[in-house]
Design a binder for this molecule. Structure first.
Ligand code: AMP
Length: 372
């Protein structure tokens, strides 16, 4: 797919991410393309724009407000139904003459019905890397309509954390989504997600939400659940994709979906690693060369444990922990242990997750191993 971006206009956007000027920059871009008769490669769905007026030629629809998002989804659904109609008409006209059994009539009836499109959703905070890309690729491949969101959610950051400094690479992010056939990119402003007095919030489960990451970041999972539920309600996906990299987050979101009876299938995707095996993370850019080198003891530990468990059949939790400690001896460990899928201590290294967090300079590095 050809994909070009008007750098000058997007620079304007990049420097002012998450404010009303984002929308302005996008609109200027679209308008300039119209003025110069250039085909834009992405398009804001204006609230007032009826979806049937939009052309198919755009690669990716970008929405920043609720209305724009809903118009974009309606537009994509309409495209899907139009496609289905054409397909169904051709199938029906082909088989009309040769119905010979009840079964055939039944299968024709099934074809004539309009199944709803599946809507896949990948929430992210941007600064997209290959880890995000694996979630996006699965989403695009497995659903009729794919949606990615980029939103650096303030409620999941404590006041002492890196909200303002969180890496933002919006221009590259749009390109990655465009090149990977994402249908809709939702880049809400704070005002799109949060009202002035957002009083109704969610608490994570007591036993799962305040240990491990929750111990070091006590308000974190409440903020995550708040934004994820809001995004689920805005997008109404049928499938949502999360990384096993953030294992505790994935398990807590699965609990929320289960406890609140949300009709969404949560799909956990394996950890993607860099060429040196460090798990990819948007925050890795904070590491200097020396720290990065030191941090490689983390994937070494993970691969060591995997080998010991799979090849040697070693399931003794204490022995494995001792070996891990030895490899990590020069690092500051926040936590390291084997946990069940309900985040209780696992008695042995079987059907559980090994969870590890290391403190390094300004950041904490997470890694884990899912054990059969
Ligand atoms: P973030 O942008 O950090 O909020 O992450 C968005 C999603 O990408 C979350 O579901 C993460 O678990 C997932 N993710 C982040 N890094 C990786 C990785 N290295 N491999 C797989 N998934 C990841």
């Amino acid at each position: 797919m050809q994909y070009t971006i008007n750098k000058q206009l997007l620079n304007q956007f990049t420097n002012t991410h998450n404010s009303d000027s984002d929308i302005k920059a996008f609109r200027t871009y679209t308008k300039t393309c119209q003025d110069f008769n250039i085909l834009p490669h992405y398009q804001i769905i204006e609230s007032s724009t009826p979806f049937y007026n939009l052309s198919k030629q755009y690669d990716i629809l970008i929405a920043t407000t609720r209305e724009e998002l809903h118009n974009a989804i309606a537009y994509k659904k309409n495209q899907y139904y139009m496609f289905l109609h054409k397909k169904r008409d051709s199938e029906i006209s082909k088989s009309c003459h040769i119905i010979e059994s009840n079964n055939e009539a039944l299968s024709l009836l099934n074809k004539a019905q309009q199944p709803s499109p599946t809507i896949g959703f990948t929430p992210t905070m941007g600064a997209l890397h290959n880890g995000h890309k694996s979630l996006i690729t699965a989403n695009v491949a497995q659903n009729h309509i794919s949606i990615v969101s980029i939103f650096v959610n303030p409620t999941q950051f404590a006041p002492t954390e890196d909200l303002d400094k969180y890496p933002r690479t919006i221009e590259k992010d749009i390109e990655l989504c465009g090149n990977n056939d994402v249908d809709i990119l939702f880049i809400p402003t704070n005002e799109t997600i949060y009202q002035e007095n957002d009083e109704i919030t969610l608490n994570p489960p007591k036993k799962m939400g305040y240990i491990l990451e929750g111990y070091y970041r006590p308000t974190h999972f409440a903020g995550v659940l708040q934004v994820v539920l809001k995004l689920f309600n805005l997008i109404m996906p049928t499938h949502a994709y999360f990384g096993q990299k953030d294992a505790q987050q994935l398990l807590i979101i699965q609990k929320m979906v289960q406890h609140l009876c949300l009709p969404i299938k949560i799909i956990g995707m394996p950890i993607v690693r860099d060429s040196d095996n460090l798990a990819l993370s948007s925050r890795n850019v904070y590491l200097n060369t020396q720290e990065r080198k030191k941090a490689l003891a983390i994937p070494t530990t993970i691969f060591h444990l995997q080998t010991r468990i799979v090849n040697d059949g070693m399931r003794n939790r204490k022995i494995l922990k001792q070996e891990a400690k030895e490899i990590l001896k020069d690092l500051e460990i926040d936590y390291m242990d084997f946990y069940t899928y309900d985040l209780q201590f696992a008695k042995e290294a079987r059907e559980c997750i090994f969870l590890l967090a290391i403190r390094m300079g300004a950041i904490r590095l997470l890694d884990n191993l899912w054990i059969q």
